[in-house]
Design a protein around this ligand. Structure first.
Ligand SMILES: CC(C)(COP(=O)(O)OP(=O)(O)OC[C@H]1O[C@@H](n2cnc3c(N)ncnc32)[C@H](O)[C@@H]1OP(=O)(O)O)[C@@H](O)C(=O)NCCC(=O)NCCS
Ligand SMILES: CC(=O)OP(=O)(O)O
Length: 345
């Protein structure tokens, strides 16, 4: 089964409640309509009710029983959520009055719903910038126990006729950590390997990318990638990882054979870790816009609960796919015991 079909089918099975913080955006409403039509998730749309219903009317549709509309300013949950925000941020000197203002902001309200356990995950960023969405996710939902670094990745689906290699790949970090240290780059690699296994169910094969292969160039930024690879290998010896490699040596078996004949990846990596956000962000947009890859992201990893971003250039279909990914992350997060109880009841 194709990775996207698998994600959509698994989302439909789990019936998670996903909050869309930009509820009145026409692409968001289209995605909500399609998510309900395909039975992928229950949806909370955050925003002014008139604006949201207006978009439904344009689309000649009406919200069904699986859709809730929350206007933060009029929500009966506002006081409780503002208090929760205050508790989370008072150690940073945030006063209660400011907490109330913050909780009225749609993306903050959405993250608070997830933090409070009233929804399973949130998606925003069709309008807001990545910095706004990510800062809120980090401050409200927070890193999961044992994880210091929150990072992001794109699920890149190669499924066009011209794609010689088809299937799911990860590009990271293409959205969040601007200039990772070697240690941070190794953490991004390990988190991406876990995300790939959880979402796609395949064995991760990680390439640590550079403009150099096996010492063909000399520079501090090359040394960083070599050190990051060693750190990741030391932390998880069984992980299939190699670096420093150029993209062709990581992706094309013939080139791998000539440039890095000893590479355990053999030019068949499925996870590509970039040395910085410049290369990661530019690469995903070129692969998407020139190469015709389907790009789902930025998907955040290392958070306690799912909160995901979008590119402002996204389509309704991109948002639909992100709803499915968010549901899959929520399902993967859920302890096995809780899943069993849900299954029995
Ligand atoms: C994510 C981002 C907004 C954080 O930057 P910032 O808000 O200036 O960071 P700050 O240093 O002020 O940190 C804000 C909070 O987040 C925490 N934080 C920042 N980055 C973090 C990370 N990667 N993991 C975990 N925590 C992080 C800080 O510890 C701080 O916590 P606190 O408020 O409780 O003290 C920043 O990394 C960024 O702008 N990234 C690029 C986003 C972007 O434009 N991408 C391109 C398009 S996709
Ligand atoms: C991920 C990303 O690049 O987001 P945007 O296009 O909104 O800047």
């Amino acid at each position: 089964m194709k990775p996207l079909e698998m994600l959509l089918r698994n989302a439909a099975r789990s019936q998670k409640k996903i909050v869309l913080s930009e509820g009145a955006d026409p692409r968001v409403v289209q995605a909500a309509i399609e998510a309900r039509r395909q039975g992928i998730a229950r949806i909370v749309l955050v925003g002014r009710e008139e604006g949201i219903l207006c978009q439904y009317a344009f689309a000649k549709a009406k919200p069904d029983e699986g859709v809730e509309i929350h206007n933060p300013a009029q929500s009966p949950l506002l006081d409780e959520l503002a208090l929760l925000y205050y508790e989370l941020r008072k150690h940073k000197g945030v006063p209660l009055e400011q907490a109330i203002c913050e909780a009225r902001k749609p993306h903050v309200y959405a993250a608070l719903l997830v933090k409070r356990g009233l929804a399973d995950g949130t998606v925003g960023g069709a309008v807001a910038t990545t910095a706004e969405i990510v800062r809120t996710a980090i401050q409200v939902i927070g890193p999961k126990p044992g994880s210091k670094l929150v990072s992001s990745f794109f699920l890149m689906l190669f499924c066009q006729m011209h794609h010689v290699k088809k299937g799911a790949h990860i590009f990271a970090d293409s959205g969040l950590v601007v200039d990772p240290t070697a240690e941070e780059m190794s953490q991004i690699a390990l988190a991406s390997a876990d995300s790939f296994a959880a979402l796609i169910g395949d064995v991760p094969r990680v390439a640590m990318l550079s403009f150099s292969t096996r010492g063909s160039a000399n520079h501090d930024s090359v040394s960083k990638v070599v050190t990051a690879t060693e750190m990741a290998r030391a932390a998880v010896p069984e992980l299939l990882i190699d670096g420093e490699l150029q993209f062709d040596a990581a992706f094309v078996p013939d080139v791998a054979a000539s440039k890095a004949g000893d590479s355990p990846l053999g030019g068949d990596a499925n996870i590509f870790i970039f040395p910085n956000l410049e290369s990661g962000n530019i690469a995903y947009k070129i692969a998407q816009r020139v190469g015709g890859a389907e790009a789902i992201g930025p998907i955040l990893q290392g958070l306690d609960k799912p909160a995901n971003d979008l590119s402002r250039g996204c389509s309704a279909e991109d948002i639909l796919h992100m709803i499915a990914v968010t549901a899959a992350q929520a399902e993967a997060n859920q302890p096995a015991k809780a899943r069993q109880e849900e299954f029995v009841s």
